[in-house]
Every structure is written in C-alpha cells, then in structure tokens.
Design a binder for this molecule. Sequence first.
Ligand SMILES: N[C@@H](Cc1ccccc1)C(=O)O
Length: 535
Amino acid sequence: MSLPSADKLQSFVLKTLDSQGSVANSNDLTFTLENGQTVTFTEGETQALLKGVLDSLASREMITYEIHTTFDHALLPEGSQIAAKGSHEALVWAALPMKGQGEPMGIPELKKVVGDETTKVGQGKAFKNKWITKEGSGFVKAVESIQDTTRAELEEVAKTGTHSSGEKLLAELRKRKLIVQRKHIHYSIAKGPEFALEVKKLETDLTTDMLNSGAWKNMSYKKYNFNAAGAPPEGGALHPLLKVREEFRSIFFDMGFTEMPTNKFVESAFWNFDAMFVPQQHPAREMQDTFYLKGELGFNVAITPISDMCVPPSSEPQVSQPPPQEYFERVKKVHEVGGYGSIGYRAPFSEEESKKLLLRTHTTAVSADMLYRIANQEGGFKPVKMFSIDRVFRNETPDATHLAEFHQVEGVIADYDITLGHLIAILEVFMKKAGLGNNLRFKPAYNPYTEPSAEVFSYHEGLGKWIEVGNSGMFRTEFVQVAGIPEGVRVLGFGLSLERPFLLRYAMNDIRQLVGHKSDINFIRNAPAVRMDRA
Ligand SMILES: N[C@@H](Cc1ccccc1)C(=O)O
C-alpha cells in the first residue's frame, strides 16, 4: 500500500481543520492519493504516520490533539467457525435422529459425520444441556428443537464488537478462546493558537546576522523539545562487573575498611603460598591449578626495600625478588620443624619452589604481604581492617561457572582478642549492605592457612535456596606470628567471588557472558547496576 508523504498529510490535516473546525475522530479521515486510492488512519503504519504529523504540528502549537483508547472484540478462528456453522453441541444434536425415529448413532459414526473434535467437545455438552440422550449403545436427539446460544452470542459479537449482556459473558467467551479483546486508538484534533494553513519555517538558530539586521524580531523559532532522547555517548562504559565492584568498595569504606594495593598480578610462590603456611606439597600448587611464569629460577640478589617487594625488576622477569632474609628463614623453619605452637609439616622446604613466579591464585597473597608490613611498620603493629577486590588466576577450563580469571572480594581484620563471632558479625553486616542476603550459614571447612575455617552460605530469597558465597577463617599462628604479628592479636579473613553474586543479581547463568567471546557488548555497555534483593 502506498502512503501519503508527511508534507501532503500535513496540509490535508490543516485543510480539514480549516473547513470543519475540528476532527472528532481521526478514524473518519480519508486521504485520497494521486492514483485515486484512499488511505485511512485507523491502525498500524498509517496511524503512526498520522501521529508523526500531529506531533510535529502540535509542537508548533498549530493544532492540539488528544489520544483516545477504545476496546472491542473480534472472533478467533474457532469463534468464527461456530458463528458460521453452529456450536459443537448443536452440530452433534443436528446429526442425530430424533428419539424413536431412527437408528441411534454411536461415537465412531458421529465422528465420521461431524469430525473428531466436534464429537469430543460437543457430545458432552449436548448431553449436559439435555439435548441428546443415550439409547442402547448410541445417541439420539432428546428434544425437537434447541437454541444455539453460543452461536447467537458470537454472531452478535461479530456484528457489534461487543455483547449487550455485558462484560461477564465477554470474559467467558475470551476464556473459551472464542473471541479476543482488541485495543484501538484514535485522535481528536482541534486548532491550536498558531493555527494556519501554511507551515511556517521555524528558525533553530539565532545568528549574528539576524541580531544585526533586527530580523530576529519577526521570525518564528522552533521550540526546544525537552523530551527528545539525547544522542547516546560514544565513550567507553564501565563494565557492569566493575559497577558492582564500586558498590562493594563503598560498602567496605562505609564499614571503616582500608583498601589493599592489589595492582600486581605476578607474585612469588613465597607470598602466594609459603608465607601463608601452605605446604610446598599442596596440590593447589601443581601446574594444573596454578599458572607459573616461564623463566630461570633464582632470587634476584639485590636486597629490595619492603615497599618494592615482588615488583619484578624488568618487564620479563626471570625470578622473583627475595623477601627479607630473616623472614624467609622463619617461614622455612616453621614449615620444616614448626614453632608458634605448631609441629610444622616436617618435610623439606625448597628455596627453588619458593622463588617461582606465578599469577596470583588468590588476593590473600597481598593480604600476607600487608600483614607482614603492618607487623613490621614503624611504631609496631596497630589493629587494621583491610579489603581488596581484584583479579586472581587459576588454571581452570572455562565453563558456565568457572573462568581462568575472576575477582576476589577479600576482607582481613587484625585486632587483639577478636573471635570468630566478630568475623560472622562483620560478614553479616557486609552481606546485608551488599544485598547478598540477610541470612547466613557457616559450615566448617579446611584451608591450610586458617583454623578454624568456614564456608559461607547465603539464603537467596529470589532463588529460594542456599548458595555458597565464600570462604573464611582465622589465620593460623604459623602464618601471622611468623610474619611478626604480636601474640594476642587474631587475624580474621574472608574471601568471596565478585562474579557469583554478580550473576545472581543480573539473573545470568553463564559466567562466560561477562568476558570473552560469549559476552554481549550491548549488555556490557548498557546494563545498569542492579541489586540482587530486587528478586
Ligand atoms: N583465599 C581464600 C579465601 C579466604 C580468604 C581469607 C580467609 C579464608 C579464606 C580462597 O581463595 O578461597
């Protein structure tokens, strides 16, 4: 179908208003094309075209218009069939002989005459209406005549778009999928204060020339459209994962935590494992779990200030820089023979193993470094609450719930005489503020560097089940006291992943949608920060 041009339609609307004063119902408008075809504006494409023209004229105050919504009903295929031929029950009745006047008809025969569907639906209803009755093994008419009300009702709906007996009947016919409700829109149009037959050109810019010549006084200006959507900014966007990270950071700041510097991905095995009393034989240290860097091994001999520890000396380091000698010796000793209330692992401790460079497998490597610094800082140890949220790396095959790199949300609290109760309370506050659940459970677990240790579960209201959200515990004396944390100070820690709560919040089920080839760049750009507790 061809459409009138917007310009032509515009002058048609203006001319119609000029001659009629107003248009009560835009459905009455009929536009005649040059080829003689007529176009109406009652729905779809032509109605959208008319609305565009009306909007444009209304923005110039040449017209005003109102939108009206009406509803009517139309027959669905089954409804049309009933209106045309009769209801299933009426068809069944009509097919049967009158009682005592012929052979009763059995179901198989009835199916042949009126069809399977009509037999199935109509037989029961006709029976219920007492239109038919059983005789022997078949059916016969029980009454001389019937009134097919369904058919009559549908005929009325088809003709008038509604039914005189009202909404209750219409609702029932809708429920029986015989009719549907349709929504219609039309406009009423009137002249506006700037009404004219010609559309004036409106200026969009005030120029120096117009000001100098005074022409501006006689010109008409286009109104600002404050409802127009702005052009989408072309710049970069924060990854939604980082939006959640920002939110978690501010929660930690609110709770009085300071942020740990996690801006280095490469650590030595010493900081990632040894310092934390992870045995050198621990399976997590195997190549299949940890990414090691290539290169020849051996500590760089230069003594580095603590603040530069682990920062590789060149862009392609072969070796890690050594930790302070006497600290290294203490760590070696606690592994081999124990101390600080421990019997150690009683296994040889390899310096080679300790020097290996790797991609950190947890941000706890940074916590270990920080605890050492705090224990040995000028003025001695002071209580701290620290957190970090950053990337860690594990040699995992990516699947729906695993990536080879993910973010850890870590908290560390060191103070005199604190207990597991403090850990639980702090986690409860954090989780609540983060919208990760008001209901936590702690399950005893094992970590080489914490004792006791507890896995953290949160009840997710939206999903209606318990979800493991992290790991926590009290750092062992073999770790913290060796680092120089005074006796009497306890160090609590917890680690959560950032991705898991993220997936729950955004109701996503594949972690690979976040990064890599399965991610949708439009989602990444446009996803708002959402809260999980909306579920
Ligand atoms: N580093 C632990 C998390 C953790 C941090 C602090 C204490 C206990 C556990 C992990 O990778 O899962």
